[in-house]
Design a protein around this ligand. Structure first.
Ligand code: ADP
Ligand code: MG
Length: 247
């Protein structure tokens, strides 16, 4: 496992929900600069919890999380500032419904990064072009398809010039015909060298761009392998069973 030069590092993290539910059990992983790591595993295994801990939306009981060498788990760290540097894309788009696509892309740039409206707009336009949505800048989220909304969500995250991108099942709420338009954007990002941690069951995507695949089960990281190795010969029985069900 890459330990030096990691953009994201999770070190021996334990998390409980309440007093009785040990949801993350001694989890460790590293995502190197420019690496793509896919996280998969059965529903309820703790994937979303892990990714939320990485960007500080959930706290951990012990262990450390480092983003570009900065300890997110240190109480002195300016978390809003650190979180602004990491893009997050959720299953359910989470666009601001009362704002147009353009406003969705500009608000963070202006309020958090202090860009001028014209700078923000220029950046937004170039990103909308990149995700193929130039003609939709004035629309509201509800006027877009799920695939289009998710591409806006990715563009919005990219507008903040993130040092890494986190995705939590970005295509699992989409109709099948829209999955590829979102995956294509993600493949492009991966190929440009973006550091990415992606929770997904899209194994075609994993095979194509992931450097490593992490398999979680019941709160544990059961396997953390090179992508080829993972698909050719998963080490654990649990990963084998999981793959036989979804491939
Ligand atoms: P996954 O994303 O792999 O499906 P999650 O991280 O969402 O798994 O959930 C892991 C476990 O934690 C599940 O059993 C889930 O029900 C539970 N869980 C998730 N969020 C909370 C919460 N806020 N409070 C209590 N339990 C939760
Ligand atoms: Mg989840």
């Amino acid at each position: 496992m890459q330990q030096t030069n990691a953009m994201i590092e999770v070190r021996a993290v334990n998390k409980w929900y309440g007093d009785s539910f040990h949801v993350l059990k001694n989890c460790s992983l590293a995502v190197g600069k420019g690496e793509v790591v896919v996280v998969c595993g059965p529903s309820g295994s703790g994937k979303s919890t892990l990714i939320k801990c990485v960007n500080g939306l959930e706290s951990v009981r012990d262990g450390d999380i480092l983003i570009d060498g900065v300890k997110a788990t240190d109480p002195d760290t300016d978390m809003p500032k650190l979180r602004a540097r990491v893009g997050m894309v959720f299953q359910h788009f989470e666009l601001f419904p009362h704002m147009t696509v353009m406003e969705n892309l500009c608000i963070g740039q202006e309020k958090v990064l202090g860009r001028s409206p014209s700078e923000a707009r220029e950046k937004a336009l170039s990103l909308l072009e990149r995700v193929g949505l130039t003609d939709h800048a004035r629309k509201y989220p509800i006027q877009l398809s799920g695939g289009q909304q998710q591409r806006v969500a990715i563009a919005r995250a990219l507008a903040m010039d993130p040092i890494a991108m986190l995705f939590d099942e970005p295509t699992s709420a989409l109709d099948p015909e829209m999955i590829n338009e979102v995956l294509d954007v993600m493949v492009g990002l991966a190929q440009e060298g973006m550091t990415m941690m992606v929770v997904t069951h899209e194994m075609g995507f994993a095979r194509k761009v992931a450097d490593r695949v992490v398999f979680m089960d019941r709160g544990e990281i059961v396997e953390n392998s090179d992508t080829e190795q993972f698909f050719a010969a998963p080490e654990s029985e649990r990963a084998k069973q999981f793959l036989s069900k979804i491939l």
